[in-house]
Design a protein around this ligand. Structure first.
Ligand SMILES: NC(=O)c1ccc[n+]([C@@H]2O[C@H](COP(=O)([O-])OP(=O)(O)OC[C@H]3O[C@@H](n4cnc5c(N)ncnc54)[C@H](O)[C@@H]3O)[C@@H](O)[C@H]2O)c1
Length: 438
């Protein structure tokens, strides 16, 4: 099939490459000229394992190209819209990019083309896109179909998630769109039927419901972690104890510094904004948001308490990305932590295997960067571990302790055994692991 994917970011680029990989002919459209040039030269603008090779292979084989020119969607059977939906000032999703993309595409789309909204959008947005598209196309006396197909890929595992999805949720209004989407996804849907068809509004809500449910699980565990510290329980034991109940399951039960990233914070806020818009209270979702803010501040207050009490001058940071496997720093906890340290006049040296370029956009040379974790620790009074990259999992504590000037380790991901660090004269503050965390 001939497809277009509008937006070449984390979702659009993965969609374009994976659709090309199974044999479709795909044009990726983005308004960012530098991004398009880079892609056409064989580079990729983001860090995502396996993606660069997939893009390059399909580009070389002639099934994938990139452009800023919407005219290239003139013969597309379907057009995905995968542009950003960042939070507006009031937390609701800013739809200007989605609507602009729909308008630009509608100027060229052929008669009968299917527009597939893939961006995460509040309930009712696909209807607005349909209005925009039909208004534009009526001028040319042609018509299009519009569907909603949320994306559930996880950054850091995006290619695998797209090629082998758990489910493919589709909101459609007509048989024709359903048949087209079945054909488009046939290669990803062979050994069992993963496609779940529903109306467009339910599909829009499904995406928010998934992210808000996961965010709620994390916030629930973070609440309990603070209780564990006071009552001398261990949140890791509690996690294992409840995760083995199959009604609860193992995933998304890790206490930490609170969720960040480009999806959970903005989607929780956007669902709350939708509730407000329609006059419906969503107290569980509101609590998931509030608890996250409390948890992040809880960690920062504890860190800053030591910074002030000990006169900390230099801090090492392990991990800047909001999670391992990505260079994405949108809403990353590292932003708040590093800013608090800088505000207190502390010198910061960071190590991250993927996100340094992103961090340089934020702080430039206000902080230092090192490739090796141990090098970041030289003369540091505190070490703060914020992302659970594999490279930070088993440090040589003897080396770290020797390099550091101070002895404080703040483990925001519960990676370490406190007693092990003690053997090297280091103190470890982790999350929810009994009174020792206080
Ligand atoms: N990142 C994720 O893990 C993830 C997962 C599932 C769903 N989503 C959702 O997918 C959507 C895209 O997210 P992302 O992380 O890929 O965003 P992104 O910011 O990485 O990429 C968006 C791209 O769209 C381009 N763009 C903006 N306006 C455009 C226009 N009018 N025409 C053409 N290109 C345009 C931008 O230049 C950018 O390259 C969001 O709604 C997000 O919530 C993201």
């Amino acid at each position: 099939m001939k497809l277009c994917v509008v937006g070449s970011g984390y979702v659009g680029l993965v969609t374009a490459a994976c659709m090309a990989e199974v044999g479709h002919h795909v044009v990726g459209i983005d308004i960012d000229t530098a991004k398009v040039d880079l892609l056409n030269q064989g580079g990729i603008p983001i860090y995502e394992p396996g993606l660069e090779a997939l893009v390059e292979k399909n580009r070389q084989q002639g099934r994938l190209k990139f452009t800023t020119d919407y005219a290239l969607c003139a013969d597309a059977e379907a057009i995905f819209i995968a542009v950003g939906t960042p939070p507006d000032e009031d937390g609701s999703a800013d739809l200007q990019y989605v609507l602009a993309a729909a308008k630009s595409a509608a100027a060229y789309m052929p008669d009968g083309c299917l527009v597939v909204v893939k961006s995460t959008v509040p309930v009712g947005t696909t209807d607005k896109v349909a209005q925009e598209v039909s208004g534009q196309m009526a001028k040319r006396q042609v018509a299009a179909y519009v569907a909603f197909n949320p994306e559930f890929l996880r950054e850091g595992n995006a290619v695998g998630d797209f090629l082998k999805p758990d489910r493919i949720v589709v909101g459609v209004e007509e048989e024709h769109s359903q048949a087209l989407l079945k054909r488009m996804y046939a290669a990803f849907n062979r050994n069992r039927d993963r496609m779940i068809f529903m109306d467009r509004r339910s599909a829009e809500l499904t995406k928010y419901a998934a992210n808000c449910m996961l965010a709620t699980r994390i916030s629930f565990m973070n609440d309990l972690s603070r209780l564990c510290e006071v009552v001398d329980g261990d949140i890791e034991s509690v996690r294992r104890g409840i995760g083995s109940d199959e009604r609860i399951g193992q995933h998304f039960l890790y206490a930490g510094i609170g969720y960040g990233g480009s999806c959970f914070p903005k989607d929780v806020q956007a669902l709350l904004a939708t509730g407000e818009q329609y006059g419906v209270d969503l107290p569980v979702v509101a609590a998931a948001w509030q608890a996250n803010k409390i948890q992040r501040q809880w960690f920062i207050d504890r860190l800053m308490g030591v910074v002030q009490a000990q006169g900390v001058k230099r801090a090492a940071i392990w991990g800047l990305a909001f999670k391992p496997g990505t260079d994405d720093m949108r809403e990353a906890p590292s932003i708040d932590v590093v800013n608090a340290l800088l505000d207190a006049g502390v010198e910061v040296v960071a190590c991250d295997p993927a996100a340094v370029k992103e961090a340089q956009h934020i702080w430039g040379d206000k902080i230092g960067y090192e490739d090796a974790p141990e090098a970041a620790c030289v003369a540091a009074d505190v070490l703060v571990v914020l992302t659970e990259w594999l490279m930070f999992r088993e440090p040589d504590w003897a080396v770290v302790a020797k390099k550091m000037a101070g002895k404080h380790v703040f483990d925001a991901r519960n990676l370490y055994v406190q007693d092990e660090l003690k053997e090297h004269g280091l103190s470890c503050v982790s999350i929810g692991r009994g009174k020792s965390c206080l």
